[in-house]
Design a protein around this ligand. Structure first.
Ligand SMILES: [Zn+2]
Length: 321
């Protein structure tokens, strides 16, 4: 099951999402060799990216990057608005040095250098127009105490509060075969929920959060989204109304291609590439997201730079005189 279920409450200004990801998550893991503690954190961020991208109001890609000077140097999860996703992690130490129970705080140096970058990249973005980017530290100052975040859910909550100014609660759980998640978001009191007065709206948000808090990791990891929705909101549904939409499919998909690797070679320049060829006989690289190998021998490289010349030659003459 790789499903995302969206629901809205009629008696409270709340929109929610529930995910259950299994084979799509296993497709990410089978291409990688991360230690258990890293897999857990990556799983939680894949869940978070899927939940967040489903609330995007445009066609495009949501990218979560966690960066630190800790053992996880870089973690990247990309999820497109069609719910296709890919993920990768770069470690600064050997996998064997990471304890099985290492926490997010330790791995992402959440006490000092860790930060989260969330990028929203619309597919119709004009060349030169930068994508929207929000950055939050993975620590919270409480008086004179700096408190590192304990989980991906807490990190995302912090981001939503600081960048989007939307009350959002997220619950995430992941293991080696499944990712489960629940998102609750308070909608503006105007709009579709204008019939609810502000006191009822505030009470409704509290009521739905209280129901959300009863979710367990076990339920998130084993139950289908429809079952979770029924269990958590049965009474709310009978008394006030809860509507769900047809479930959407989540899948693993990498966007790497031979053409994109060729573009990288062109950016390196012919001289640099000739140097690699002279030293190693071929240019070899592996996609960091899906582990697909790419190999360009001398003839391929010649083609790469010839194509560049060809595309130059076929380019329409410049009109700027
Ligand atoms: Zn790839």
């Amino acid at each position: 099951m790789n499903e995302l279920l969206v629901f809205v409450c009629d008696g409270a200004p709340v929109r929610g999402e529930i995910i259950s990801i299994s084979t799509a998550w296993q497709a990410v893991l089978e291409r990688r060799n991360d230690p258990p503690a890293v897999r857990r954190i990556l799983g939680d961020f894949v869940g978070a990216a899927t939940l967040l991208s489903a609330s995007l109001k445009f066609d495009g890609t949501l990218i979560i990057q966690a960066q630190s000077k800790g053992p996880i140097q870089l973690l990247v999860v990309e999820c497109k608005s069609d719910l296709s996703m890919r993920a990768t992690v770069k470690l600064s130490v050997d996998s064997s040095e990471i304890a099985p129970n290492a926490s997010l705080g330790e791995l992402l140096d959440a006490g000092s250098s860790g930060r989260l970058v969330i990028t929203l990249d619309p597919s119709d973005r004009e060349p030169g127009q930068p994508p929207y980017q929000g950055i939050v530290a993975l620590q919270e100052q409480q008086g004179s105490i700096i408190k590192p975040v304990a989980s991906a859910a807490e990190a995302i909550g912090l981001y939503m509060q600081k960048s989007e100014q939307l009350d959002t609660r997220i619950w995430l759980a992941s293991n080696d075969t499944h990712i489960g998640g629940l998102l609750l978001q308070r909608m503006p009191d105007s709009g579709g929920h204008a019939h609810i007065d502000s006191q009822n709206a505030a009470e409704g948000w509290t009521r739905i959060q209280t129901l959300g808090e009863t979710i367990t990791n076990e339920e998130l990891l084993t139950l289908a989204p429809e079952t979770i929705l029924r269990r958590l909101f049965l009474e709310e549904s009978t008394e006030n109304g809860v509507r769900s939409f047809p479930p959407r499919q989540i899948r693993f998909s990498c966007r790497c291609s031979r053409n994109k690797v060729a573009d990288v070679l062109r950016m390196l320049g012919e001289e640099e590439v000739q140097g690699i060829l002279a030293e190693q006989g071929a240019v070899e690289t592996v996609c960091e997201f899906c582990a697909k190998p790419y190999r360009f021998d001398a003839v391929d490289c010649l083609q790469v730079f010839k194509t560049d010349l060809l595309s130059d030659a076929t380019r329409p003459p410049s009109s700027g005189h």
